[in-house]
Design a protein around this ligand. Structure first.
Ligand SMILES: NC(=O)C1=CN([C@@H]2O[C@H](COP(=O)(O)OP(=O)(O)OC[C@H]3O[C@@H](n4cnc5c(N)ncnc54)[C@H](O)[C@@H]3O)[C@@H](O)[C@H]2O)C=CC1
Ligand SMILES: NCC(=O)COP(=O)(O)O
Length: 330
């Protein structure tokens, strides 16, 4: 079976288009479809000195794999010409259109997965569109109340209870309801997508030293511990809350399948220190498969040829793997 994998290169002034064009220089075991402006990809290919062939995507035709150097394209028009490394809010709607099409065409079964390149959240908001990240956008587009951001590298998976919210809002966002939903989605997807029968999940505390018995914060006592106890009674294997500053050591990690961190910058700096450029971002709990890169738009590197393809390559491979498994299980 030939899978169809949609790819949104993301912010047009960033490195997303560069990475995609580099990656299609070799063969892929799936039909890759860029949802992007052909003019942008042609121009970037010239800037990088790459020869490419863009094949108009016809969704009524049978899925077919493009030869190396080629990629299928679903045309979306840019709002304005692109200057390398320079953000332009006139292209905010373009970026969002690529994500909307990817979402709709995953929901209707045209595509088997979507892989997203990096977007710049700030410029999309500057264009007048409220946007906090792909994770939240795809959840909203697919009417999914709760999804989970998980990044994975060799030897470490980190999932987040809260994602793109200001640090000042984190405490009130950590409710028994949210924790229960996130732990449930993580547990379920580790079982179904990663074949782990009874996932062992290390749960971080929120406060320094996991609250130090309530002397440094009460979220552990009031919310996190009782929720963990309830979920374990219900059959999960959650360990914690553990102090986040000492949890990330082999002694604990070697006994676990994933870490559940309370907020973005509690879990992701550790993961990126271990595997920046070798990690993949996977949205759990969505009705379709979505993977992404572990890095941002790197405006400083656009068009230079110096951007590393590692994470984007892993994201495509992981999407293909997950889509194959999903197809086999249907
Ligand atoms: N999946 C996504 O859409 C993501 C988007 N972002 C967005 O990206 C924008 C820029 O964020 P920053 O914090 O500056 O992070 P960044 O990842 O764009 O850049 C951080 C540093 O890493 C380098 N770098 C990043 N990717 C690289 C690659 N593939 N090869 C070599 N070097 C690389 C950059 O040159 C820079 O020095 C923000 O608007 C942020 O929200 C950030 C992370 C993920
Ligand atoms: N740090 C992860 C990140 O910012 C990417 O988030 P998303 O756009 O995948 O939701």
């Amino acid at each position: 079976m030939t899978l169809r994998i949609a790819i949104t290169p993301g912010e047009p002034a960033g490195i997303g288009p560069d990475l995609l064009l580099k990656l299609i220089q070799h063969d892929w075991p799936a039909q890759l479809i860029a949802i992007a402006d052909a003019k942008l990809l042609q121009q970037r290919a010239e800037q990088l000195g790459l020869n490419i062939n863009l094949i108009p995507f016809d969704e009524s035709a049978a899925p077919a794999i493009a030869p190396a150097g080629s990629i299928y394209i679903h045309q979306v028009d840019l709002g304005a010409d692109v200057e390398l490394g320079v953000l332009n809010d006139a292209n905010g709607q373009y970026v969002l259109d690529t994500l909307r099409i990817a979402s709709e065409k995953n929901m209707d079964g045209t595509f088997d997965a979507v892989v997203t390149g990096p977007v710049h959240k700030g410029i999309i908001n500057q264009a007048g569109i409220s946007f906090s990240g792909h994770t939240e956008y795809f959840a909203q587009q697919s009417n999914t109340a709760d999804v989970v951001m998980m990044l994975a590298t060799e030897g470490l998976r980190v999932a987040l209870v809260t994602t793109h919210i200001p640090l000042a809002y984190v405490s009130r966002a950590i409710t028994a309801e949210r924790l229960t939903k996130v732990a449930g989605i993580l547990n379920h997807d580790l079982q179904t997508k990663f074949g782990i029968e009874k996932p062992r999940i290390l749960v971080c505390g929120l406060n320094p030293h996991a609250g130090e018995d309530g002397h440094l914060g009460r979220e552990e006592i009031d919310t996190i511990t009782p929720t963990i106890e309830q979920l374990n009674t219900d059959g999960m294997n959650l360990i914690g809350p553990l102090p986040a500053d000492t949890l990330f050591q082999d002694k604990y990690l070697s006994q676990a399948d994933a870490v559940l961190a309370m907020y973005h910058d509690q879990g992701l700096p550790v993961l990126k220190y271990k595997g920046f450029g070798k990690s993949v971002n996977i949205t759990l709990g969505l009705p379709f498969i979505r993977t992404s890169v572990d890095h941002g738009t790197a405006l400083d590197l656009a068009g230079t040829g110096d951007a590393e393809v590692g994470s984007f390559e892993l994201a495509i491979r992981e999407a293909i793997k997950l889509a194959h498994e999903k197809a086999q299980n249907q």
